[in-house]
Design a protein around this ligand. Structure first.
Ligand code: CA
Length: 230
């Protein structure tokens, strides 16, 4: 069986190392990121099974990250365990409201952490089957990060993968560039709408024969359609 991959988002290296050692000794595959930006990079390439998310981080806080990942179709099914140094009830509630599955208050014992991780993974497993989206002969699998067209694997970059995932989940609907920026890149990112065109172009190049499924709707935006002649 594959070891569950746990992404630790924690800026204090001594704590992160301790957690990683304990996870490794207990049959998990830990990865460590010290802030939201590097955590996002790991998520885009590795698809973790669970995220251990510290509340106090440089840059975006754990709370902001939890909210953002819950909104993203590609991360919304990944369980999040918040690590908090605070014992205050309002903070725990805020964490859970933001989409965390549970929280652990620092300092915590290894046994407590493992018990919570296992409980969250157990709870999540029945509802989180392999997320496979199929439109015609185009298939995207969020668990394995694979895209296939007529059974053949396609090489799709991380941003194009997210973009394709969103378009496939909302197939046949037209999305404006600003909607795509908001849904795929997140509303905290300030980038030009033209960036969307660049990634759509790259996505089409990656899709090969399936490229016509990504349609440009003049004056409106883009849509993914099963009706295209491919
Ligand atoms: Ca911290």
């Amino acid at each position: 069986m594959k070891k569950p991959r746990v992404l630790i988002v924690e800026d204090e290296s001594s704590i992160a190392e301790l957690i990683a050692v304990n996870l490794r000794h207990n049959g998990f595959d830990p990865i460590w990121s010290e802030d939201g930006v590097s955590a996002q990079r790991e998520i885009d390439t590795l698809a973790p099974d669970l995220i251990l998310l510290d509340w106090m981080l440089p840059g975006q806080s754990g709370l902001q990250l939890a909210r953002q990942w819950r909104k993203d179709p590609l991360t919304k099914a990944i369980p999040i365990l918040m690590l908090t140094a605070r014992g205050d009830e309002p903070d725990k509630v805020a964490g859970l409201d933001a989409g965390a599955d549970d929280y652990i208050t620092k300092p915590f014992s290894t046994q407590e952490m493992l018990a919570r991780i296992r409980a969250v993974l157990r709870r999540r497993t029945p509802e989180a089957p392999t997320e496979r989206i199929e439109i015609g002969e185009l298939v995207l699998d969020t668990a394995t990060h694979r895209v296939t067209w007529q059974g053949g694997a396609l090489k799709v970059g991380p941003t194009e993968f997210k973009l394709l995932g969103y378009l496939m989940q909302n197939a046949e609907r037209v999305h404006s560039r600003s909607q795509l920026l908001d849904k795929v890149w997140g509303d905290h990112v300030y980038i030009e709408e033209r960036t969307v065109d660049v990634h759509v172009k790259r996505l089409r190049e990656s899709l090969g024969g399936a490229a016509p499924m990504v349609e440009t709707v003049r004056g409106a935006g883009y849509r993914l359609t099963a009706q295209a002649t491919v």
